[in-house]
Design a protein around this ligand. Structure first.
Ligand code: NAP
Ligand code: 8YV
Length: 318
């Protein structure tokens, strides 16, 4: 029998992470089918989980010996961290190593939506340039007021980058931060003053539909929404309706309410840029995130604590 602690791997994930955790743990993989039978047979003795797809409450409940969860990604809205903390389970995630990458993707979406890059590309490829002449002018991204919803690790990185475009940065979050940007306690007021609204809060119940019809109306017919946070933070039906009516100018979207489904209405709009949740999706950044998933587990195996713990469990992280 293996002396290694037993770990449940929830993939499909990165082969390099699967191989590295197997150096420290006795790994079993959650199958796509026959999960209940697998858990009935294997759950006992599983002390660790490495997951690329959250951890459903029923699987967590089926693991009586669980002590640590290491999740790929900084957002952990697909894990009930309060329930984990109640049971004394540590939850690790991958903050900071992706800040620059996600900020780069955010700025790309803002610029692409504002400069109509996708439509300009189609104009160039389709021969419309030769037939009809120059592409219509767009509005400059210089000197705009950029409103950031959620000025955390990634939000602050986006704020620094936005300043390279001479932006005036304003922000809304639950608490005022010690930063040189104007704080708005009210999201609608901030949206009214912003040319671009960048959404970068966590997902989950507390931020569900924070960006609603009132916020979109306040952003207005010239305004651009960039959602790089979670689909759940924006009311997608209200977004579609605002874009269809011309109450909102445009959008750059990396995340959607029912991924990987994207509503046909959004796909049909030429004032929207769509990306399939690629905020952190480069080889280098995904490698760094994968390494942190392993480091959290290796540190736990050696000392009982983890390197990057979510706030809900921090008091357990000795
Ligand atoms: P973070 O450092 O925890 O920052 C989150 C910010 O959101 C904080 O400033 C927080 O400030 C604010 N916030 C939280 N709840 C709020 C609420 N109800 N209303 C208003 N503001 C609220 O997190 P991060 O590392 O920057 O990551 C943020 C999120 O980005 C992740 O959780 C994830 O969902 C998303 N993300 C997406 C991708 C992608 O690929 N698209 C990649 C990475 C991350 P207060 O506590 O003061 O409110
Ligand atoms: C990942 C993310 O794409 O870190 C996050 O919260 O949304 C992204 O970096 C995602 O976690 C992959 O499952």
């Amino acid at each position: 029998m293996s002396e290694m602690p037993k770990l449940l791997f929830i993939g499909p994930g990165m082969p390099s992470v699967r191989a590295r955790v197997a150096e420290t743990f006795d790994v079993v993989e959650l199958p796509a089918d026959g999960r209940d039978a697998f858990l009935a047979e294997q759950a006992e003795g599983i002390v660790a989980v490495a997951t690329f797809h959250g951890l459903s409450s029923d699987v967590m409940a089926a693991l009586p010996d669980l002590k640590v969860i290491s999740s790929f990604g900084v957002g952990y809205d697909a894990i009930d961290a309060n329930e984990a903390a109640r049971r004394g389970i540590l939850v690790g995630h991958t903050p900071d190593v992706l800040n620059d990458e996600v900020a780069d993707t955010t700025i790309m979406l803002w610029l692409a939506a504002s400069k109509r890059l996708v439509q300009a590309d189609a104009w160039a490829r389709s021969g419309t340039w030769e037939r009809e002449g120059n592409y219509p002018l767009t509005k400059s991204v210089r000197g705009r007021t950029v409103g950031i919803l959620g000025l955390g690790r990634i939000g602050q990185t986006i704020a620094s980058m936005a300043q390279m475009f001479d932006a005036r940065v304003i922000y809304h979050s639950r608490t005022k931060k010690d930063v040189p940007f104007t704080y708005y306690g009210n999201l609608v007021d901030m949206a009214r003053d912003a040319d671009v609204l960048i959404v970068i809060t966590p997902g989950g119940a507390a931020t569900q539909h924070l960006v609603n019809a009132d916020v979109l109306n306040a952003l207005g017919p010239e305004g651009i929404l960039v959602n790089i946070a979670r689909g759940s933070v924006v009311d997608e039906a209200a977004l579609i309706s605002a874009l269809e009516d011309g109450r909102l100018g445009g959008a750059g979207l990396d995340v959607f309410e029912h991924e990987p489904h994207i509503p046909d209405a959004l796909k049909a709009m030429d004032n929207v840029v769509l990306a399939p949740h690629i905020g952190s999706a480069t080889v280098e950044t995904r490698d760094a995130m994968g390494a942190l998933v392993c480091e959290n587990l290796e540190q736990w195996a050696a000392s009982g604590s983890i390197k990057a713990c979510v706030p809900e469990c921090q008091h357990l992280n000795g």
